[in-house]
Design a protein around this ligand. Structure first.
Ligand code: SF4
Length: 311
């Protein structure tokens, strides 16, 4: 029997679906051919004309087995806990989310809003993630939620999530590969590395040759707010459209995979005290890092100082 998939859109921009359309290897058609999903519902990809509320009722009554439930976007509880800011045929969407989550073998939070609240939560505190609100476990379904296969919500953060991560994680779990999760329930396979790993500006970072304005060639950490050494994600390993990512293109990483995204400070400024960043690379000891960086800057080769190495 074909595995079934129900994809619901919560409070968000729909960017994860748009990113999925850009999947390249495999692309979305190859994925569909390989996994042979029956898409019960997706706002854009459904191959059925049936009324989604009828399908939801059939899932709820056990007439249809649901293998994979994907939620894109946060869960809206406002105003005043009613959820009536976001409805389907007059019914609060959060009711439907609970029905689908409790009847699915696997539940995926697609993107940072569904995982942790993300931008939607920053705009409206009543918009929360499936099993987290920011970095606090709980969220809409509660800490103890487990899907029918015994997993917590599998978070695939990113604003948007990279399509290869999405396809790889869904197919991996569906074929019974238990990919270990990190403390924020994101698969380590994709979220154990830092965005900084693989950045083409690494040598500039190493010798503290820094950009002070956009369009230069150095590292973006000290002045322009780059979160690459703090944010977990494969952005410099799995490139977008197989060719690029923010930091390679001169745009600082703003840490969109992190549960605390977005931070209250401006995206493109590094919070600092006397010119020294407040937030250092993940797990780094401040006195040693600052001593090392001072020495590295003194040792920077001319070709980097003159920005002769292309990025
Ligand atoms: S630009 Fe960002 S990701 Fe790239 S080397 Fe500098 S800190 Fe790391």
């Amino acid at each position: 029997m074909k595995p079934t998939l129900f994809w619901l859109q919560g409070a968000g921009c729909g960017g994860d679906t748009v990113a999925l359309l850009n999947a390249e290897s495999p692309d979305i058609i190859e994925t569909q051919d390989a996994l042979r999903f029956e898409i019960l519902h997706h706002p854009f990809f459904s191959d059925r004309n049936a009324d989604s509320s009828v399908i939801i009722d059939q899932i709820s009554s056990g007439q249809i087995k649901l293998d994979v439930f994907c939620l894109e976007g946060a869960i809206t509880l406002g105003p005043e806990g009613t959820g009536m800011f976001q409805t389907v045929q007059g019914r609060p969407k959060h009711e439907i989310i609970r029905i689908l989550a409790s009847n699915a073998r696997l539940v995926f939070a697609i993107g940072t809003c569904a995982s942790y609240g993300g931008i939607s939560h920053a705009c409206d505190p009543d918009a929360i993630g499936l099993q987290f609100t920011g970095d606090q476990a709980g969220g809409f379904l509660g800490k103890d939620f487990r899907s029918l296969d015994g997993f917590p919500v599998i978070n695939l953060p990113g604003c948007p999530v990279h399509p290869t991560v999405l396809i790889g994680a869904v197919s991996g779990y569906l074929h019974a590969n238990d990919l270990p999760l990190n403390e924020f329930q994101a698969p380590l396979e994709y979220y154990s590395m830092l965005v900084h790993q693989g950045c083409t500006r690494n040598e500039y970072h190493e010798f503290r040759v820094e950009e002070t304005d956009f369009g230069q060639t150095g590292c973006l950490f000290y002045h322009l707010g780059c979160h690459g050494p703090l944010a977990h994600g494969p952005c410099n390993k799995l490139l977008w459209n197989n060719r690029n990512c923010k930091t390679r293109n001169g745009v600082p990483c703003f840490g969109c995979t992190q549960p605390t995204f977005p931070k209250p400070e401006p995206f493109f400024q590094t919070p600092n005290i006397a010119g020294l960043p407040i937030n250092l690379p993940d797990g780094v000891d401040r006195p040693h890092y600052l001593a090392y960086k001072g020495m590295a800057a003194a040792a920077a080769p001319e070709r980097l100082k003159q920005r002769k190495s292309r990025v």
